[in-house]
Design a protein around this ligand. Structure first.
Ligand code: PLP
Length: 487
């Protein structure tokens, strides 16, 4: 494709995206295709001869679009949001256009230096500690995901706990990772990947009402494990858990970590970006004093297209010691001078995209004011919905309700718990099948596990009318399901 051909097709592709976003409400939120339907509509073999790009766009409409779930739809309330925005999309496009591979500073200095600037900017916007700034001992780095951030943090924590021994001889089965039942599954995955092993992940109790980690139990587990000769490597506290947006008490957990000299990672993948609002700055409580590493995802709720997680460290040295390998083919004067950052030593892969461009574009387009307005809209709509749920005797609101997430349970008087949960799941499927909205669910331990519906508000296009329409739909679905089940 020549630059002129690219210009023509590029204009059409941008028009396609603009039309898609303008008309997004015309699509069912959740794709209705059956398993295999998209694949069977595509040719079995690759084309022998090149095809016009218009044919790709035509198949995008005809074959792929029905198989797309529309995450940017204003009535997408499932999981957590995965915000895309104009500046985020354009930043990603520019990154693709430059086609830069920023593995070391020398392969594209701007890629590294812009990243250093934007992660420092974001630390400032979120009120994160000075130690996380690159000109201090720490620094931030963009990762593809919070899962990778947790993995890198754990690798660094193991390095600090075990010195060079871990990198050289493996971990010999005696390291431990501490999480709660509410911690994201990526932490167990990190334990598997690093070789700590799932069996050495210790589950700290949670408070039954708030689902926040119990720091007293953590203290007991750490003492027990130390007495038994194990080495506690890392504790992961979460601010905004995946299920219910619960908040672990970071200051208390941090104090326990400090007593035991254990690495504290704070996973604020979803909620951390909300600290852009001063009234939500409490999100950072305990981070400056105790966190060795901290991660949040601009790709969830901060208008930046997937993928963009920022991981900060209070001290970058253990991570770099653990991950830096300099083969001959990567040697270059800038690296050996020690004057530059090579972010390849701050992540698992070698290669890296110019992700800073999209975050830069987002921060510049919205400014701190625009980012705050976006978060505040989600928080206010969620609070309004929570009031409606709480006022309706057919539903029970999960408290504490936090950030843009509202969890609740329909009540099915007379039905035993298992049947009540089945009715809740049937209602969920009925709603999601309608194509008008998309919710997700979770299970919480209230005595035993019970199903909750989750409604996460925070897509850039979501307005009050979408939330109110969703609530009316939920109530109508409830009335129908209740009648069917004789409630
Ligand atoms: N941590 C928390 C608290 C999350 O909610 C999630 C995803 O929802 C993750 C980690 C994993 O995020 P990612 O998809 O960026 O790996």
């Amino acid at each position: 494709m020549t630059p002129e051909e690219f210009r023509a097709h590029g204009h059409r592709a941008v028009d396609w995206i603009a039309d898609y976003l303008a008309g997004i409400e015309s699509h069912p939120v959740r794709s209705r295709v059956r398993p295999g339907e998209v694949r069977s509509a595509l040719p079995e073999h690759p084309p022998e001869r090149g095809e016009p790009f218009d044919a790709v766009l035509a198949d995008l409409d005809r074959v792929l679009l029905p198989g797309v779930t529309h995450w940017q739809h204003p009535s997408f309330f499932a999981y957590f949001p995965a915000n895309a925005s104009g500046p985020g999309i354009l930043g990603d496009l520019l990154s693709a256009g430059l086609g830069v591979q920023g593995m070391v500073w020398a392969t594209s200095p701007a890629c590294t230096e812009l990243e250093t600037v934007v992660v420092d900017w974001l630390a400032e916007l979120l009120g994160l500690p000075k130690a996380f700034r690159t000109d201090a001992a720490g620094g931030g780095v963009i990762q593809d995901s919070a899962s990778s951030a947790s993995l890198v943090a754990l690798i660094a924590a193991l390095r600090r706990a075990g010195g060079g021994v871990v990198a050289d001889r493996g971990i010999a089965g005696h390291y431990r990772l501490y999480v709660s039942s509410q911690t994201h599954s990526s932490l167990e995955k990190a334990a598997r990947v690093t070789g700590i092993g799932a069996a050495n992940v210790r589950l700290v109790d949670v408070d039954p009402d708030t689902l926040a980690m119990d720091s007293a139990h953590l203290r007991r587990l750490l003492a027990e494990d130390r007495a038994a000769g194990a080495v506690p490597a890392m504790v992961c506290a979460t601010v905004g858990t995946t299920s219910t947006a619960a908040v672990d008490p970071v200051p208390e957990i941090g104090a326990v970590c400090r007593e035991h000299g254990v690495w504290l990672h704070v996973d604020a993948a979803y909620a951390g970006v909300a600290a852009v609002c001063p009234e939500l700055r409490w999100i950072d409580d305990g981070v400056a004093e105790y966190a060795d590493s901290y991660a949040t995802n601009p790709h969830k709720w901060l208008l930046t297209n997937f993928d963009c997680t920022v991981l900060w460290l209070a001290d970058r040295a253990p991570m770099i010691d653990a991950l830096s390998i300099l083969p001959e083919y990567l040697r270059n004067p800038a690296t050996t001078s020690g004057e530059v950052i090579d972010y390849r030593d701050w992540q698992v892969p070698l290669g890296r995209r110019f992700r800073a461009l999209k975050l830069w574009a987002v921060l510049r387009w919205y400014g701190a004011e625009g980012l705050r307005a976006h978060i505040r809209t989600g928080v206010a709509l969620a609070a309004e919905l929570a009031e409606l749920v709480a006022a309706d005797p057919a539903f029970e609101l999960w408290r504490p309700q936090r950030f843009g997430l509202v969890c609740f349970r329909p009540l099915w008087p007379g039905l035993p718990d298992a049947e009540a949960d089945a009715a809740t799941m049937a209602l969920l499927e009925w709603l999601n099948d309608s194509g008008d909205l998309y919710l997700s669910h979770t299970k919480v331990p209230v005595g035993h596990e019970r199903v909750l519906l989750r409604m996460a508000i925070g897509a850039p296009a979501t307005e009050r009318r979408h939330v109110l329409a969703a609530w009316e739909r939920i109530r109508a679905g409830y009335a129908l399901t209740a009648r069917e089940r004789g409630v």
